[in-house]
Write a protein that binds this ligand. Structure first.
Ligand SMILES: Cc1cc2nc3c(=O)[nH]c(=O)nc-3n(C[C@H](O)[C@H](O)[C@H](O)COP(=O)(O)OP(=O)(O)OC[C@H]3O[C@@H](n4cnc5c(N)ncnc54)[C@H](O)[C@@H]3O)c2cc1C
Length: 466
């Protein structure tokens, strides 16, 4: 058995060799050029705002970072519309773009106090900064997404989640929050005080107002043991349900055109923390991209080369506190579509997605991420009412992602999926109304709190109308 690291180094060498022969037989390299960047200003002195992946941009006429709820209320009352709030700009959909006012809560961050094991946190706090702040009290967030760059407000805004069949998305651990509305009212809510507002606001896309702070339930800061291993895709499919039952956190990546899957499990442990080698994820992606570039013309050769390079790799383990282990870095940019499916259809949908990609899109090389999330009761939570299984398809940022909408979204919809609010989809208000039983209640509260539609940009109008 070889380790994943050795396999990846071997992969680099092998793809160089394959590259040599590919050039010799005149195979076109599929690497696309850098996409064009928008102008840095709009010609009127307003500088550009872009999201992480680069596909959304706008030129806000006002940018502001209030220091407290009083300043936030004043700018919500008086700032030029549309008023949009952004955290780290990591959403792929057009949620934050505005040519009016762009609000950042970067000056409203940190833990402000404790109520037992519940932490009061400013919504501008980045998840990566929350880890050490909670750990200083021996506490942690129960779960984390793949990365920790998001602001708390942004993570709540789109129902950001990690994986684990007993673990809720981040908003599922919110016990109370404060919302500053378009009219400048500062409203506290929890399950007893304004319970309807609490149900609507926990996942609200910045469309009800701006969440200034939240009270978060925390868990003991435990060490986790991570195990990563590669196996045949069919084996991963067969074992997935049992693994979701067994492991604290479990997810897997289906790797199209390889017949392989990479599994990642995290479980609590008392073992000592280990020194971690640098992440191999980028090298893994590099090998997959090289195989796509050089052998994309032949599914058979691509699969054989991937199997030889990655199929026999040895499992890797690491031990550390959960907040240090659960999120990782994602330096390779991509665009993404993720739907949350009923658990009964998740794996069938996944199989269809892999088949569709392998049949129609040889340009795709990114692995497909498969996770499980516990239910909650926020009205616009994709996990509202029942546990859901997520399936996420990625496209390298230089590559086309039109196939998300034409090829993949119909599969997700056929299987009862709800879209991730921050990731690409083409659903509009009426489609979404059919997926969310409390959709009209949400719209009613939205109209009450923002009767003039000051919070709606053109994208949000396609979801919520006016
Ligand atoms: C590399 C990468 C990895 C990712 N991994 C995961 C993952 O593992 N799991 C997952 O679920 N998602 C994941 N995402 C998606 C990401 O978590 C969400 O898009 C999240 O909303 C981004 O947070 P942000 O702070 O960048 O918010 P933004 O994208 O800036 O904003 C998101 C939404 O929240 C609203 N908002 C922001 N702050 C507030 C506030 N204070 N009050 C009210 N509304 C507010 C905004 O108006 C907007 O509607 C990933 C994205 C990337 C780019």
């Amino acid at each position: 058995m070889i380790s994943r690291r050795q396999a990846l180094i071997a992969g680099g060498a092998a793809t160089a060799v394959i590259g040599g022969s590919a050039v010799a037989v005149g195979v076109a390299n599929r690497e696309k050029p850098e996409p064009p960047a928008p102008p840095s200003t709009d010609g009127k002195g307003h500088s550009v705002w872009r999201n992480w992946s680069g596909i959304q941009h706008s030129y806000p006429i006002q940018r502001t970072a209030p220091k407290d709820e009083g300043e936030l209320a004043a700018l919500l009352r008086g700032g030029p519309a549309p008023i949009r709030v952004t955290g780290a700009g990591h959403s792929f959909t057009g949620l934050c773009a505005t040519d009016g006012t762009l609000v950042s809560l970067d000056a409203m961050k940190g833990v402000t106090g404790w109520d037992g094991d519940e932490a009061a946190v400013w919504a501008g706090t980045r998840l990566g900064d929350l880890g050490p702040a909670l750990a200083a009290k021996g506490r942690a967030m129960a779960n984390l997404p793949d990365i920790n760059k998001q602001s708390l407000g942004g993570a709540l805004g789109t129902a950001t989640h990690g994986t684990g069949s007993t673990l809720k998305a981040i908003h599922g651990d919110v016990r109370a929050l404060t919302l500053v509305t378009a009219g400048g009212a500062v409203l506290d809510c929890d399950a007893k005080t304004r319970p309807e507002l609490f149900s609507a606001a926990r996942v609200s896309l910045g469309a009800l107002g701006i969440i200034s702070k939240a009270r978060l339930a925390t868990t003991a800061n435990r060490r986790l043991r991570r195990r990563v291993w590669v196996e045949p895709f069919e084996e991963a499919l067969e074992q997935a349900e049992a693994r979701w039952k067994t492991h604290r956190n479990f997810e897997f990546y289906a790797v199209p055109f390889t017949g392989l899957a990479a599994n990642i499990a995290h479980d609590e442990t008392d073992e000592a923390a280990t020194v971690r080698p640098p992440s191999q994820d980028d090298a893994f992606l590099d090998v997959l991209k090289s195989l796509r570039n050089l052998l994309g013309f032949s599914t058979g050769m691509r699969k054989a080369a991937a199997g030889a390079l990655l199929g026999g790799s040895k499992p890797e383990t690491a031990v550390d506190e959960g907040w240090k282990l659960l999120s990782t870095e994602r330096p390779v940019r991509f665009n993404e579509m993720e739907f949350h499916l009923p658990v009964a259809t998740q794996l069938t949908a996944l199989k269809e997605v892999v088949e569709a990609i392998e049949k129609h899109r040889p340009d795709v090389f990114f692995p497909i991420e498969v996770r499980r999330i516990a239910p909650d009761d926020a009205w616009l939570s994709p996990f509202q009412g029942e546990p859901r299984g997520s399936v996420a398809v990625h496209a390298y940022y230089r590559d086309e992602y039109d196939f998300f909408f034409e090829l993949i979204q119909p599969i997700f919809l056929k299987h009862g999926g709800r879209p991730h609010w921050g990731k690409l989809h083409s659903l509009k208000g009426p489609d979404l109304a059919a997926l969310y039983p409390r959709w009209n209640d949400f719209l009613e509260i939205r109209r009450e709190l923002d009767p003039d539609g000051r919070l709606l940009n053109p994208y949000l109008k396609t979801l919520f109308g006016i």
